[in-house]
Write a protein that binds this ligand. Structure first.
Ligand code: 5GP
Length: 177
């Protein structure tokens, strides 16, 4: 696909960093009851690559929350579209998310999951855009810190497109309706 925008993080750089993150998580969760919770749909690619590098007997579950739809700005309203299949009480939960921007989504998710009494709760994000934070969020594992640009690819969409790119790029203004 051409003309989408400048590549910000290429595939090789993504894979190298994700492998490091998997190693770190593997060390931190030795002898724990790890449940990895992927946030649909954006985190699917990241989660699939990350868990291959976590050398532990983990389980996976998924949640879907409302996204920006066709807008490139956060509405600030978070809705659960699909909840977890399993109970997380007493488990060591790791939320795996594509990107943290204003922090509203993860702040809501962390509060929501903490109310279910997990043994521990940590957050792992592929990308962090700290410049637009509106609420504080403690992200325990960050893949890459990026500038305040709207990015697509590697799971991230614009109007549901571009998720299948194997790299992350900045969406050109020409492509934004
Ligand atoms: P937050 O609630 O932190 O503002 O935003 C989190 C969600 O907004 C992410 O899970 C993602 O779906 C979406 N988002 C934030 N920034 C971007 C971006 O640059 N590109 C895309 N495609 N989605 C984004």
């Amino acid at each position: 696909m051409q003309g989408i925008g400048k590549i910000l993080i290429d595939e090789q750089t993504l894979m190298e960093r994700i492998s490091e993150m998997g190693e770190e998580i593997s060390k931190d969760y030795q002898d724990k009851d790890l449940v990895v919770i992927g946030i649909l749909k954006g985190a699917v690619m990241f989660l699939a690559d990350l868990v291959k590098h976590i050398k532990l007997p983990l389980t996976m579950d998924f949640m879907a929350v409302s996204s920006y739809g066709r807008s490139t700005h956060s509405s600030g309203v978070v809705r659960i579209l699909k909840d977890l299949d399993e109970d997380i009480e007493g488990k060591d939960v790791l939320i795996v998310e594509d990107i943290v921007d204003t922090g509203l989504t993860l702040n809501y998710l962390a509060d929501n999951l903490l109310s279910r009494n997990p043994k521990s709760l940590k957050i792992c994000c592929c990308l962090d855009k700290p410049s637009k934070r509106r609420v504080p969020v403690k992200v325990d594992y960050v893949g890459f810190t990026i500038p305040d640009k709207f990015v697509v690819g590697y799971g991230l969409d614009y109007a549901e497109k571009y998720r299948n790119l194997s790299y992350i790029c900045v969406l050109d203004d020409d492509n934004i309706e």
